[in-house]
Write a protein that binds this ligand. Structure first.
Ligand SMILES: Nc1ncnc2c1ncn2[C@@H]1O[C@H](COP(=O)(O)OP(=O)(O)OP(=O)(O)O)[C@@H](O)[C@H]1O
Length: 433
């Protein structure tokens, strides 16, 4: 169930919002802004409803804007809706420029609040570091070619399968394809197949009628219908179980879906993009993935290269970008740090690099950052190619190494690998660890 977090120091306001929003998902409330980072880690909400003023009498929104910057700089930041007690257009505009997806003024009409949060849930979080939203940085030949391919196929209606390891930027590519398409004004809805329990896949994708299963208290349109006129991004498609693959194939072939508990098919108008970090060999294994579905999805295949294959130039460029974003001061790297960061394997790719920059910006003492400040452990030191280029095997080894390093602590291992806890659990399951 999507999570909503409300941060407001006024208990009455927070309670009113919680009651109004409870049918949209699990709602958590915090009153003290100092609790926000821990709450974001713990709840990982889809949507954050953020008050802008936390000192009695203050109305300039400075505290809220500072929190907003902190939130949008996180990886997988929630969509933020800011609340202001005063109909201050300037503040709302400033918040929107800083990455908020919407604003609501207090006192609100409940149906407006619900609609606002629903829209934010559908849009999902803007990508972190709003200044660079959607920008696929990198000057390497590989990245230039990727951008050219996006420009070429973006405008078409073709299904695109995006392949690449964790954290290489597959979602960023999907967003760029959507923006380049005729559907850009429509919604881009992302569904993480890896995070959905098997039993909910169908209701999530195709919707359900009220009463069609125990928890179905209200009828709900599925993502195919909600993405009408836009793009549906099916992330981690390799995790879709076989029975649901058959249903997805039928929907794509017929261009219609039948909600659970209904016998009426609904026509759908979406372009489908899919992504996976599975090795191609796994996708072509008919015991795990239906070939007919694969052919529906892979009209065009885009491969996003791992960071370590993009060269030192791209790594340096991304380091500069993220250090500028996270550090409020001028930062330099020692030559040794740059050399070692360029040679590092980056098993979690750009996401790991981004997190390392965030960590270094918080922890480094002086203006000159050393390699140690990045807190990187060479968990997956390059193994010679002759030992095999089997990605699945490499992934298994990286997971094992990370777990060993942190005595089996899942949160810390996920951090080391630069993936979410849910993603790590999936990998443990996949490799039988
Ligand atoms: N070329 C790039 N330039 C700038 N930022 C990037 C680039 N590639 C990825 N990022 C950033 O790295 C992070 C991970 O990217 P993204 O979520 O798109 O990866 P992914 O391949 O979809 O990951 P996963 O497989 O875990 O779902 C995001 O914060 C994204 O903004």
């Amino acid at each position: 169930m999507p999570g909503i977090l409300i941060l407001d120091d006024d208990p009455d306001v927070a309670l009113a919002a919680r009651l109004a929003l409870r049918r949209l998902g699990a709602v958590a409330v915090r009153h003290d802004p100092r609790e926000l980072p821990a709450a974001l880690d713990e709840i990982a909400p889809d949507v954050l409803l953020l008050d802008m003023n936390f000192t009695p009498g203050a109305s300039d929104g400075a505290a809220g804007l500072a929190l907003l910057h902190e939130v949008t700089a996180r990886s997988h930041a929630p969509a933020v809706i800011v609340m202001t007690a005063y109909a201050e257009v300037d503040l709302a505009v400033q918040a929107l420029k800083s990455g908020a997806v919407d604003f609501i003024t207090k006192p609100w009409a409940n149906d407006r609040l619900v609609a606002c949060v629903q829209a934010a849930q559908a849009r999902r979080a803007p990508l972190p570091g709003s200044a660079a939203v959607g920008e696929l940085l990198g000057d390497s030949a590989a990245m230039q070619s990727l951008r050219a391919q996006i420009a070429q196929v973006g405008a078409s209606e073709a299904s695109v399968l995006i392949l690449g390891e964790n954290g290489v930027g597959k979602e960023l590519v999907a967003r760029a394809l959507h923006r380049a398409s005729k559907r850009a004004a429509g919604p881009l809805l992302a569904v993480d197949m890896g995070a959905l329990p098997d039993a909910l896949v169908e209701s999530e994708l195709f919707g359900h009628r009220r009463g069609s299963f125990t928890d179905a208290r209200e009828s709900r349109p599925g993502r195919f219908v909600a993405a009408a006129g836009g793009t549906l991004f099916l992330d981690e498609i390799g995790n879709l179980p076989l029975p649901q693959q058959a249903k997805l194939l039928a929907a794509l072939e017929r261009r219609e879906v039948t909600p659970l508990g209904s016998d009426k098919a609904v026509a759908v108008d979406v372009r489908v993009l899919a992504a996976t970090n599975a090795a191609e060999a796994e996708l072509f294994d008919a015991r795990r993935f239906r070939p007919d579905l694969l052919y529906r999805l892979n009209t065009v295949v885009l491969r996003v290269p791992p960071l370590r294959e993009r060269g030192a130039g791209d790594i340096a460029l991304l380091l500069r970008h993220y250090l500028a974003q996270f550090s409020k001061r001028t930062v330099e790297l020692t030559p040794d740090a740059l050399t070692r960061l360029s040679a590092y394997r980056w098993p979690g790719n750009v996401r790991e690099l981004r997190q390392a920059c965030e960590r270094a910006s918080l922890l480094a003492r002086g203006p000159v950052f050393t390699f140690a400040d990045y807190g990187l452990q060479d968990v997956a030191a390059p193994s010679p190619p002759e030992q095999g280029l089997d990605l699945a095997q490499r992934e298994r080894e990286a997971v094992q190494a990370a777990l060993a390093q942190v005595d089996g602590n899942i949160s810390q291992a996920a951090k080391l690998l630069g993936v979410s806890r849910a993603a790590l659990y999936r990998r443990l399951d996949k490799h039988g660890l």
